[in-house]
Design a protein around this ligand. Structure first.
Ligand code: PEP
Ligand code: MG
Length: 588
């Protein structure tokens, strides 16, 4: 039995069998073939090259159509690399000479090329190295009969262990069979972490090197509450964890049975708890768990589907939004955030090498990308407006830094409204237009935004990254990534105060709200609208019913007098444990 400690990003515990995804995103098991298999191995390689070429050509055409020729060209370059005669010779040779499997040959040859390119100084060559890796991964997926959705259809329950998982890979996991996952890389604020909590499976990231110690088929325990991975546990540990899992299940059944009732504090203030969703099917979980509506629909996940042959069409958008709106019914609003793509969330059509930016979280991300690729943006706005004829919707722009950005986005929206009017397409003409507060500048300037913006939602995940200058996805600085840092709480407090003074609805949808340890603090800071991961709605509502606003204000005052995030967290954990009692499995 060996225990590894990582960063806990999604609660709960699971026991299961290991499935390993190697660090290149592919499962490579077979390395050699028998002599009599050599010819068929080479023809397998050639068919895979042909099919991969078709796929790249399709991507080239759809990307050229959707976002322009300059991006389509990148796929043209990939095609030329793939069909290079010297490369074909280099791939076939180790199969003939050393009986390598086609997968192993592809892996070796492409890795060698990428290493050479990386060693040549200059970013242009390292970009080419990324291209080579990208083609290799496509080819391997083709060879193994697996595309990006290889983990979408598993035949048995597993706990997935990987070097790293991208948000798009995570969002395509088989929800019935992946019991949890652990990775060597990754950090608390990453979108992979957010998707894990959306899937309601335990997840531990940033463990560091451990994959070499694990083998497929090993037994493993994943403790998402304490951030532990236990390989080959002994019988006593397994029994203890089985008990924890059973207890958590019965606690969750108890809370669910009360989740439909409103969350009214003991001194009579109603706290509205909305759900954050990434996928349309989560609206059902929000409904079952008694959500007041959808506070954040991260629509960029529509672009991250493994099965996408091209970017989503207006109809794809419309169908997804209509499903959510209908699940919420006529009395609960759906807040649709326009796509927040870029940085770590790139659609399959934009492989990492297409949008190479020295510092992507500071680059063409989010609303900046929408303003740059206006056709994509307009298509989404049309679909949202059409869906607004089926139930209440609010539109929210992400990562707005300046009022000009907000005005530009809004003027495109007004233009789309006009277009729909001219075409006689019905939509809600009084649809509210809001924005995320996740760049510190927007909170500093909130007194300007209140004049033009209908509602706000504070995104503490990015706010933390930008205010503290800490990369949310970098495990090397994870200990510095604290949304409970006093500086962040001051910003949150100011935003709530100003918005409330101007009578503008404000919520918080960053992960800070999904941790019940922070519920009393946020109520005390004046927050009345929470937007949280669907799985924690029942426990947050239950906690709200057990507190008074007065005691929350006292707690918030104490918190604001503290100097460090760790003092604040420790204090809040202690206060929350007093309310939630023994069933509460807070991080230790
Ligand atoms: C945030 O930044 O807090 C937020 C909710 O947006 P995302 O996590 O999707 O970047
Ligand atoms: Mg954000």
């Amino acid at each position: 039995m060996r225990t590894y400690r990582g960063i806990s990003v999604s609660n709960g515990a699971a026991i299961g069998e290991v499935l390993i995804l190697d660090n290149r995103g592919c499962r490579l098991s077979r390395r050699f073939v028998d002599q009599h298999e050599v010819d068929s191995e080479i023809s397998r390689l050639n068919s895979a090259i042909e099919a991969t070429g078709d796929q790249i050509a399709q991507d080239r055409d759809s990307v050229t159509r959707e976002i322009g020729e300059e991006y389509g060209h990148i796929f043209g370059a990939h095609l030329r690399i793939l069909t290079d005669k010297k490369l074909l010779h280099d791939l076939e040779e180790p199969i003939r000479q050393h009986n390598y499997s086609a997968e192993y040959a592809v892996s070796e040859v492409f890795d060698r090329q990428a290493d050479i390119l990386r060693r040549v100084a200059g970013t242009l060559y390292s970009e080419r190295a990324n291209d080579v890796v990208d083609i290799k991964v496509r080819l391997l997926r083709q060879l193994m009969g697996v595309r990006q959705n290889s983990l979408a259809h598993l035949d048995r329950p597993v706990i997935l262990l990987a070097a790293t998982l991208t948000p798009s890979e995570t969002s395509n996991l088989d929800r019935d069979n992946v019991l949890g996952f652990a990775t060597e890389e990754g950090a608390r604020g990453s979108h992979t972490a957010i998707v894990a909590s959306a899937l309601q499976i335990p997840a531990v990231l940033g463990i560091g090197h451990f994959l070499a110690d694990a083998q497929e088929g090993d037994q493993v325990i994943l403790d998402g509450d304490k951030g532990l991975l236990i390989l080959n546990p002994d019988a006593e540990t397994t029994r203890k964890y089985q008990e924890i899992i059973d207890r958590q299940k019965s606690e969750s059944r108890r809370l669910s049975s009360r989740s439909a009732a409103p969350a009214i504090t003991q001194d009579g203030t109603e706290i509205k708890v909305f759900g954050n969703i990434e996928f349309h099917y989560e609206s059902r979980i929000c409904d079952i768990n008694g959500a007041a509506g959808i506070g954040l629909y991260r629509t960029e996940f529509l672009y991250l589907g493994a099965d996408l042959a091209s970017l989503p069409t207006e109809e794809d958008h419309f169908e997804a939004y209509r499903t959510v709106v209908e699940a919420m019914g006529p009395d609960r609003v759906t807040t649709i955030r326009t796509f927040d793509l870029g940085a770590d969330k790139l659609p399959p059509g934009f492989s990492a090498s297409d949008v190479v930016e020295p510092n992507p979280f500071m680059g063409v991300r989010s609303i900046r990308l929408s303003l740059k690729f206006q056709d994509m943006f307009r298509k989404q706005l049309r679909a949202i407006l059409r869906a607004s004829a089926f139930g209440p919707i609010r539109i929210m722009f992400p990562l707005v830094s300046t009022i000009l950005e907000f005005r530009n986005a809004k003027s495109i929206f007004l233009d789309v409204c006009e277009e729909l009017d001219e075409a006689g397409i019905p939509f809600d003409h009084s649809i509210p237009i809001g924005m995320m507060l996740e760049v510190p500048a927007s909170i500093i300037m909130i007194h300007t935004f209140v004049r033009e913006v209908d509602f706000f939602s504070i995104g503490t995940n990015d706010l933390t990254q930008y205010a503290l200058a800490v990369d949310r996805g970098n495990k090397g600085v994870d200990s510095l990534y604290n949304s409970e840092d006093p500086a962040i709480l001051q910003l949150v407090h100011r935003a709530i105060q100003v918005a409330t003074m101007y009578d503008k609805p404000i919520s918080v949808c960053g992960q800070i709200t999904s941790d019940p340890n922070n519920t009393m603090l946020l109520i005390g800071l004046g927050l009345r609208h929470f937007s949280v991961a669907p799985g924690v709605i029942p426990i947050i509502k239950e906690l709200c019913r057990n507190v008074t606003v007065e005691e929350c204000e006292r707690i918030a005052k104490n918190v604001l007098s503290k100097d460090t995030a760790s003092d604040i967290r420790h204090y809040l954990r202690h206060e929350t444990a007093k309310k939630l009692g023994t069933g509460w499995t807070a991080e230790e």
